[in-house]
Design a protein around this ligand. Structure first.
Ligand SMILES: [Zn+2]
Ligand SMILES: [Zn+2]
Length: 555
């Protein structure tokens, strides 16, 4: 635990990966959290639904935790909130802007048993004091409305956390990143800047969001069949442009996908989306309309297997069929790690005869994250004393660190950190702290935290198959009784199996014949012998290491 003269920033997630963003800030022995996000698993996380930050040390200090501050409503920043609230099991104070809070409330509707947090709405420019925490919200533009950065003034100096941001100066809502506000903070003196690194490798500036509206409209004008546009369900401005284009060409929108339907209802109700809700056609009524009069606005832009778009590609969607003459637009980014799934989706749709337009072939997407030249400008405006690149894979953080040094920060004042690292801020100076032990927490549906061991088992079963041995022993007589049974799946070809399984069975029997009689009183010890014998056997016979499941039963 740090002493009271030190401010400590600890990174629990988001450094080295795009997702599960979370940091804690400790001031005078009290703790605040900035963002509580999830990470979506990729192909190597077999069967895992979500990955969370590991906040076990924070739970040990749960009484010191005063508040949660949320930068914006993306799931990589708010998606783990219900899990944190569940683990804390008490009412928390949570700060965020209006749309961010609305998206949190929608998520929490699915968790009715949790203690409802006390939500505090902040607007850009607001400066809130909560206990020892003095936090000011700064307006930023991003791929979701209502994003903010936080300037946190502490007795040891000022910390600025950008959240996710880009420098779009003509956004659809007229809410650009407030560079004048950042300049004022810079004049006051930013001792430690934590800034979004996602776009640090991308050259140049990010084009304004409004530049893609024209492309989408052009494609709609040329389309003859059904049009499906996939986008992130939280990208309100992207969907606004799709809706505007739809109105311009006389097509009526159909929202498809649970999160899309839910978020658009929230955004429309709160006034973030401007369109006539009477135009919307419900998904169950699409057959009452001519296909060329409709535009389906769908989830699934990342190739998620059970999303509306993937189901359409597979011909398995309950209501919507796509095929020859239809147009599909993926108006979305390609998040690193999702490439395979997205390309599979594009190929499936193409095979059905659809024309598929995506960011790789047309201007239907712009990034939500400041790119290289944007970041150069931003650093020159903020002029921080110390800098930590956050929100990125390692390569993005490295690139961002280079940008910081090129804009004049002393090399020794740039800290490239990873999850679990901490930094100490004392009298305006930053040094490395001792960090916290951290890992990944894997959520598998109702199983909850399944742990890395289970994933290793799944990977091994997937790669080398599984071998099951059933041994019956008599613990009284201290010997094997009855026949040993060995069976397998995925280790060897079915036709080859018989002979090899017979030899495997013999290997088990030989092993057990050599075991001292006293050991037969302990079924766990016999299980270990079975695993050893079969491990040796399969390695020698096939060079493989199947997952071995011993079943030792007492007669
Ligand atoms: Zn974001
Ligand atoms: Zn993010």
């Amino acid at each position: 635990m740090s002493n009271n003269d030190t401010v400590e920033v600890t990174f629990l997630g988001g450094l080295g990966e795009i997702g599960r963003n979370m940091a804690t800030i400790e001031v005078e022995g009290r703790l605040a959290v900035v963002d509580v996000g999830v990470l979506f698993p990729d192909a190597e996380h077999l069967g895992v639904d979500l990955i969370l930050p590991d906040w076990s040390w924070l739970l040990e200090r749960a009484d010191d935790l005063d508040a949660v501050f949320l930068t914006h409503g993306h799931l990589d920043h708010i998606g783990a909130l219900p899990y944190l609230l569940r683990d804390l099991d008490r009412v928390m104070d949570v700060y965020g802007t209006r749309l961010t809070i609305a998206f949190c409330e929608a998520i929490l509707e699915e968790w009715p048993e949790l203690p409802t947090p006390r939500f505090h709405e902040v607007e850009p420019g607001d400066r809130v004091e909560h206990g020892v925490f003095d936090v000011e919200a700064v307006q930023v533009s991003h791929s979701i409305p209502d994003g903010v950065a936080f300037a946190i003034r502490t007795p040891e100096g000022m910390i600025v956390h950008t959240g996710d941001f880009k420098l779009d100066q003509s956004p659809l809502d007229g809410r650009p990143t407030d560079l004048a506000h950042f300049a004022r903070l810079g004049d006051e003196g930013v001792d430690l800047l934590l800034a979004d690194s996602t776009g640090a490798e991308s050259p140049g500036h990010v084009a304004p969001e409004r530049t893609i509206g024209g492309t989408i409209r052009q494609h709609l004008l040329e389309a003859e069949g059904l049009v499906v546009v996939a986008s992130f369900a939280s990208h309100v401005h992207r969907i606004q442009q799709i809706l505007d284009a739809a109105v311009a060409v006389g097509r009526r929108p159909v929202f498809v996908g649970r999160s899309m339907v839910r978020n658009m209802a929230i955004a429309e109700e709160l006034g973030y989306l401007d369109f006539d809700p009477d135009l919307v056609v419900e998904a169950e009524n699409v057959d009452d309309h001519d296909r060329s009069d409709l535009i389906v606005i769908s989830t699934g832009s990342q190739g998620e297997p059970f999303s509306a778009l993937s189901l359409m590609g597979a011909g398995e969607h309950r209501r919507l069929e796509v095929g020859e003459g239809d147009l599909v637009i993926l108006a979305s980014s390609l998040i690193p790690g999702n490439e395979q799934a997205v390309f599979r989706s594009i190929n499936n749709l193409s095979r059905r005869g659809c024309t598929v337009i995506h960011g790789g072939v047309a201007h239907v997407h712009v990034s939500g994250h400041a790119s290289r030249e944007d970041l150069v400008l931003f650093h020159n405006i903020v002029e921080p004393e110390h800098f930590v690149p956050v929100h990125g894979e390692y390569r993005h953080m490295r690139a961002h660190a280079d940008i910081a040094r090129e804009t004049g920060i002393l090399p020794e004042k740039v800290f490239v950190c990873e999850d679990g690292d901490s930094l100490l801020l004392t009298d305006g100076q930053v040094t490395r702290g001792s960090g916290r032990p951290t890992s990944h927490v894997y959520i598998d549906g109702l199983l909850d935290d399944v742990g890395p061991a289970l994933l290793r088992d799944r990977r091994r079963i997937g790669e080398d198959g599984i071998c099951i041995a059933i041994v019956t022993i008599d613990t009284q007589a201290r010997r094997v009784t009855g026949d040993t049974v060995v069976t397998q799946k995925g280790v060897v070809f079915h036709e080859q199996a018989e002979g090899i399984l017979e030899r495997a069975r013999q290997a088990v029997d030989e092993e057990l014949a050599g075991v001292a009689a006293a050991r037969f009183e302990d079924t766990a010890a016999i299980s270990r012998h079975v695993v050893q014998a079969l491990g040796r056997f399969w390695r020698a016979e096939t060079g493989r290491r199947p997952f071995i499941l011993p079943v030792v039963q007492e007669a």
